[in-house]
Design a protein around this ligand. Sequence first.
Ligand SMILES: Nc1nc2c(ncn2[C@@H]2O[C@H](COP(=O)(O)OP(=O)(O)O)[C@@H](O)[C@H]2O)c(=O)[nH]1
Ligand SMILES: [Mg+2]
Length: 148
Amino acid sequence: MFLCCLDAVAREQRYLNNEIEKQLKKEKREGQREYKLLLLGTGESGKTTFMKQMKIISGKGFTQDDYKLSREIVRDNIADSLFKLHKYLKSHQMSLSSQLETAIEEVIKAGVDLRSFHVETIRDYWADSVVQQIFQKRGTFHVLDSFK
Ligand SMILES: Nc1nc2c(ncn2[C@@H]2O[C@H](COP(=O)(O)OP(=O)(O)O)[C@@H](O)[C@H]2O)c(=O)[nH]1
Ligand SMILES: [Mg+2]
């Protein structure tokens, strides 16, 4: 009985070992056909843009998932930029009309859950002369290059 169990364990181990070996061989085969590229560069130096250009040039273009991801990134960038700009505005005792102030606070609260009905407020905010004054000072705080 005991010997029989040992035999079963050994069989199981042999099976697992074979599976691992098979997987390693498969990965090695696939790895030989694959080129790995390490892109180095500081933030905002163009790494992502370079990869996008490669996708276009290779003729495959963008998938629906790529578009979905891009929409999320754009929303995230808008939310992040508005947050930073508005934080700067408030910390420098600058003010907007109370109506615009309330509206933009709502947009900032929405964060990455931006919706199309927020667009009008963002347009008004961007058109405001105080916001434009701050944008001219963007060298003194961090904003994304794609901010505008
Ligand atoms: N003028 C110029 N702008 C670029 C170039 N490549 C990227 N950018 C812009 O630089 C910003 C950062 O690029 P991104 O690819 O996101 O940089 P990453 O942080 O290295 O991934 C974006 O606003 C790009 O549109 C380029 O070759 N020329
Ligand atoms: Mg990037």
